[in-house]
Design a binder for this molecule. Structure first.
Ligand SMILES: Nc1ncnc2c1ncn2[C@@H]1O[C@H](COP(=O)(O)OP(=O)(O)OP(=O)(O)O)[C@@H](O)[C@H]1O
Length: 261
């Protein structure tokens, strides 16, 4: 009994999506998607182009709100709170649910100012406190040793892989609970990709990570669970090992064995 209790505590639901439907005008892009994501785990979203992976990811921190034609039904609860409730502070939500995009997009500012940007926006002015946050975030993104002697240099002068880690550090600096990553390695070379994958394994000790990837090997390497989308439907959500070795659904099997997509 004690053992079961311990396992349940370690797998608490962090994100609970229920019957999510999303429309871009007449285009029904997500259809009745329900999924529970446990805290401190990595979930990979896979599926052919246009199946709704990015749309689903962006709905987790209400990035779709910026698109006029979008209509959403259903609920997404993060630690029990429905993020689509009218009184939710979207700025605060995006602080809790950080995002890293496909192409590294540091601001044309110094390394230090990139990482300090979020904390400053949230009102932190104290130099010593900012120094500490910058160091902790860069360490968290496995970049501190590479940049600690040139924090005043422009972030845009770093390599692509380093720039992506700056973006991860920038996300970490506001102390999120969840990190959303939209194909974070697709613009990177294999060595930088391996570093980011290693980093994701480290980060999942402290954060819940949801990652879109086109690379099925990457999903298999880094995620605990995988969600396979097809034409807006969540076809299968399963333990990654099971999904890639013995999927429940024939469509999943066809996709992972390269028969379509
Ligand atoms: N801003 C938008 N306005 C209108 N329709 C959109 C918008 N973004 C996506 N869509 C449509 O929603 C559907 C799902 O797109 P989405 O980008 O979520 O798929 P995806 O699986 O992430 O694709 P990819 O792997 O190519 O990035 C597609 O039909 C797409 O055309």
């Amino acid at each position: 009994m004690r053992g079961i209790e311990l396992i349940q505590t370690a797998n608490q639901t962090n994100i609970a999506v229920e019957k999510l439907n999303l429309y871009y005008g007449a285009n029904h892009a997500l259809k009745d998607v329900s999924v529970d994501i446990g805290e401190k785990s990595v979930v990979a979203l896979i599926g052919p182009s246009g199946c709704g992976k990015s749309t689903f990811l962006r709905s987790l921190n209400r990035m779709n709100d910026m698109i006029d034609s979008v209509r959403i039904e259903g609920s997404i609860r993060i630690l029990g709170e429905n993020i689509y409730d009218k009184n939710v502070d979207v700025e605060m939500l995006r602080k809790r649910v950080g995002m890293v995009f496909q192409a590294p997009n540091p601001f044309p500012k110094s390394i230090y100012d990139n990482v300090a940007y979020g904390p400053r926006i949230h009102g932190i002015r104290d130099k010593k406190q900012l120094d500490e946050i910058v160091e902790k975030s860069l360490r968290g993104a496995a970049l501190w040793d590479e940049v600690k002697d040139r924090l005043k240099d422009r972030a845009t002068g770093l390599s692509g892989g380093q720039q992506q880690r700056i973006c991860i550090a920038r996300a970490l600096a506001v102390e999120p609970e969840i990190l959303l990553m939209d194909e974070p390695t697709s613009a990177l070379d294999p060595v930088s990709t391996a570093k980011i994958e290693e980093l994701i394994q480290e980060l999942k000790k402290d954060y819940t990570i949801v990652i879109v990837t086109h690379n099925m090997q990457q999903a298999a390497r880094i995620s605990d669970k995988t969600a396979f989308f097809l034409m807006g439907e969540l076809v299968e959500y399963n333990d990654t090992e099971k999904l890639f070795s013995n999927p429940n659904n024939k469509k999943t099997e066809d996709y992972i064995s390269g028969r379509f997509g």
